[in-house]
Design a protein around this ligand. Structure first.
Ligand code: F0G
Length: 441
């Protein structure tokens, strides 16, 4: 939030309305020391007008300075928590395309849909937008060791940025529950890799217990600076649309950091005058890992974690999302919705995104599956202007792809996933006549 007149340039503020305590931006805290609430970065309003900001952001695209080439730091006036940009390590994150697909639109029950494809990032997911910001803060604080618990993408990203920044990276992964590609990335980028015998929520709790004891800087999305970087996913999307807000922004929900970042970005873009209305957020969860959906639907007072989350979309296999209070605020503020989709729905939507020539990892495809459900239920209008955020690259989980197309994919619990849009690879003899015969059929 902007405009707090009696504050210094940038501060940390408790997100809990009833508390609102403020702390120096350089405090190493992840929750409010007074009440335990989540923290967010708050700033003074930028000195430029909306027109000046739009012009500045556009001009920077033509500039070769690494900070301006980055699709994150280009928007730095909208998250000015650093006092010195020499702390920044950029791998040229952001700059991801908006891609439309008539095939995917038709499948989703829409006239048009555009995918903001975060899989084009340097480590193949949206985490890079947040990680460059989190690592910059780690360097500013003179931290030597950074760590995260992860379902695979945060760890891949953190490993890369930590190594590029000369920091020691430490990653906590739920053993046997992340894709091999993501595990491989973390190792290749040089992080010390611990495979915890537990699920993601347990791995995160373990890391948090160790962080204070060992003086490790935590770069999970509970870190408010990660959220600041992830806001730029929407700033860039709005910039690409000449600051015309869509009707809906659809995204998958796991730990709910991204939902928090998107809502904050939209509120702040509107407050500054960059957009004139708020798009509605639609957060989509996997059926077996949908505590936020269940909380939302039942209007419950207390948030109930799912003890044993289950989904083949391992990126969002999370039962106890830390950022749910922020996410709830953002979904309410934008008049948004929360939906859940089945394993079959995710798998088929993913194949359609693939067949559109775009491709994404399983968690990302929850967006199109969710859109299909929301249009069928009359919640989303078929004429609506919809942007869906594809969070991860198609190559993040090739094993899932092969199994789906070969008809060998099984949902948790053993139920077979139908290979509805299957495209089996065919083994052929090395024989011109027989291959010709096959191709003429
Ligand atoms: N999509 C992908 C590909 C992800 O990797 C994640 C989260 C999400 C969606 C959900 O985002 O947590 O902000 O609601 N992955 C984290 C990780 C948890 O460790 O890589 P969220």
């Amino acid at each position: 939030m902007f405009y707090l007149k009696d504050m210094s340039f940038a501060e940390l503020k408790c997100f809990e309305h009833s508390c609102g305590a403020r702390y120096p931006i350089t405090d190493v805290i992840y929750n409010c020391p007074k009440c335990g609430g989540l923290l967010e970065a708050v700033y003074e309003r930028p000195s430029q007008s909306p027109a000046e900001l739009r012009k500045l952001f556009r001009e920077r695209r033509m500039n070769n300075a690494p900070l301006d080439q980055s699709g994150v730091w280009r928007y730095r006036e909208l998250f000015p928590f650093l006092d010195d940009y020499s702390h920044v390590v950029t791998l040229r994150e952001g700059d991801t395309p908006l891609l439309s697909s008539s095939r995917a639109a038709e499948y989703g029950g829409l006239k048009n849909v555009a995918f903001k494809h975060q899989g084009f990032n340097p480590t193949g997911s949206f985490k890079d937008n947040g990680m460059t910001a989190g690592v910059a803060q780690a360097r500013r604080l003179n931290m030597k060791r950074v760590a995260c618990a992860s379902t695979g993408n945060t760890s891949a990203s953190m490993a890369a940025y930590a190594s590029a920044a000369g920091l020691e990276g430490l990653i906590f992964l739920p053993h046997g529950n992340i894709s091999f590609g993501k595990l491989a990335q973390g190792i290749e980028y040089g992080a010390k890799t611990l495979q915890v015998e537990g699920n993601f929520d347990e791995a995160l709790a373990l890391l948090r217990a160790l962080a204070d004891r060992l003086g490790i800087y935590v770069l999970n999305s509970i870190n408010p600076f990660r959220i600041e970087g992830q806001k730029t996913i929407l700033f860039e999307m709005l910039d690409q649309r000449d600051w015309r807000a869509p009707d809906w922004v659809v995204l998958p929900g796991g730990n709910l950091g991204n939902t928090s970042a998107f809502g904050k970005a939209l509120r702040e873009a509107k407050a500054v005058g960059l957009i004139d209305r708020l798009p509605r957020l639609a957060v989509i969860q996997a059926e077996g890992a949908a505590p936020f959906h269940d909380f939302w639907i039942h209007g419950a007072k207390e948030f109930h974690a799912v003890k044993k989350p289950e989904t083949l979309a391992t990126a969002i296999k999370i039962g106890d999302p830390v950022s749910w209070p922020k996410a709830l605020h953002e979904v309410c503020t934008t008049n948004g919705v929360v939906e859940k989709v089945s394993e079959q729905e995710i798998a088929d939507a993913k194949a359609i995104i693939g067949k559109s020539g775009i491709g994404c990892e399983p968690a990302s495809a929850a967006t199109l599956a969710g859109i299909r459900k929301l249009t069928a239920g009359g919640v989303m209008d078929k004429d609506a202007d919809v942007v869906a955020v594809l969070t991860g690259n198609v190559m993040k989980d090739p094993d899932y792809i092969a199994r789906y197309h070969m008809g060998e994919l099984e949902a948790p619990g053993g139920r077979k996933i139908q290979s509805t849009f299957g495209n089996k690879a065919i083994v052929v003899p090395n024989d011109v006549d027989r291959v010709e015969e096959l191709l003429r059929k």
